[in-house]
Design a protein around this ligand. Structure first.
Ligand code: MG
Length: 380
């Protein structure tokens, strides 16, 4: 989800700094779990009509390669204020409001952005997120505490900082000297600034340890995987079939290398699919005689264990058997219980249902049974 900004809202993402206090290449270009810091910062503003990215001249080619299309890319100046000014000029008056965001804050949440927008929409001339200071504050010198400072009324400033385009552009023209942030310039220009809720996760990446912290925060994001599976087995000689781990008397059997449990095979493949781990054939080659006549519970248990090894739990699984006969309904609860037992999950997370194919096709002609399955895996 990204915030859908009201029409007329623009965003400026500042990424022109050469700051290397985080170590190595400029922090905003470094990889953070597969995407650059700047890419993550830009993602958060994808729902804005206009987005201007301000980069260092040395990074222009890379910025065009990574972000061209949808984003206006301009080069910044010597100071932060000069870079913001370049972004404001690129908007050329074509916006009512602008949110100015530090590109080194890649984990800004929708709620933080929405809070700024809501304040502006509610009539605030300017609004910016902050967190009240909760630690005690000391004065210190030469490694010793020399005094204390009251934390009452003190806030830690964050971004995005939101303004009307006219007012912040004027403030920058009036006070071209550098400032810690745009709120400081706004105050110098006499613009009142509302404080909106900030977030501890909206950290500014400055030091090497900040990358580790950002990765930990990202690591708590939920990873949800879906997989599907499909299988078919033909009827052959026999007097029973195995379906979802339940033996059912029938006028024919199912042909297969293992016990031909078509439903369990589809479910097993759905789990392997969610893990991007191929299919049953990859883990239990049919060319291997040890799996002849095997209980398919071995396959399902292996897939479920693999999911758990990777840190996943089961959201749910849904199996549909497609056949004219045998009747599945009377066995569905037993199938649900057996699959849940093999996967070691609560039966309420497992669904087994059936349909005919209206006598159409191979299942309709009672030549075999087909099964489809879906599995959802969750890693919190
Ligand atoms: Mg099969």
């Amino acid at each position: 989800m990204t915030v859908k900004a009201p029409s007329g809202y623009a965003a400026i993402i500042t990424g022109a700094g050469r700051g290397t206090r985080a170590g190595g290449e400029p922090k905003q270009w470094r990889d953070l779990r597969g995407r650059s810091v700047l890419a993550r910062s830009l993602d958060a503003f994808a729902g804005f009509d206009r987005v201007v990215l301000v980069v260092h001249p040395d990074d222009m080619a890379r910025a065009i390669r990574d972000f061209a299309g949808g984003v206006t890319i301009v080069t910044g100046g010597e100071t932060r204020a000069a870079s913001v000014m370049a972004g404001l000029q690129a908007l050329d008056g074509q916006a009512s409001h602008v949110l100015i965001h530090d590109g080194a804050r890649p984990l800004v949440s929708d709620a933080v952005i929405q809070g700024v927008i809501d304040a502006l929409q509610g009539g605030a001339q300017a609004a910016a997120p902050a967190l009240p200071v909760s630690d005690a504050l000391w004065n210190g010198a030469e490694g010793a505490v020399t005094g204390t400072t009251s934390r009452a009324g003190l806030f830690r400033a964050q971004t995005p900082q939101g303004f009307t385009l006219d007012q912040i552009s004027n403030a920058h023209r009036l006070h071209p000297d550098d400032a810690a942030d745009d709120v400081e310039l706004a105050l110098k220009a006499g613009i009142p600034v509302a404080i909106t809720p900030g977030s501890e996760d909206n950290l500014k990446i400055t030091f090497p340890a900040d990358f580790a912290r950002a990765e930990r925060i990202l690591g708590t994001a939920m990873d949800i995987r879906l997989g599907n599976g499909y299988d078919v087995h033909a009827f052959g000689p026999g007097d029973h079939v195995w379906l979802c781990g339940v033996q059912i008397a029938h006028e024919a059997g199912l042909v297969g290398h293992s016990d031909a449990d078509v439903g369990m095979h589809a479910l097993t493949d759905a789990i392997y699919g969610a893990l991007a781990e191929g299919d049953i054939g990859r883990h239990f080659p049919p060319s291997d005689p040890q799996w002849k006549g095997a209980d398919s519970a071995i396959f399902l248990a292996h897939a479920a264990d693999l999911a758990r090894e990777r840190g996943f739990t089961f959201g749910n699984a849904d199996v549909t058997l497609i056949c004219e006969a045998p009747k599945i309904g009377p066995h569905a609860v037993a199938m649900q219980a057996r699959l849940a037992q093999i996967m070691d999950v609560d039966p309420s997370r497992i669904s087994v249902k059936a349909t005919t194919s209206e006598r159409l096709g191979f299942t309709g002609r009672r030549e075999g049974i087909a099964a489809i399955a879906t599995a959802a895996l969750i890693r919190a």
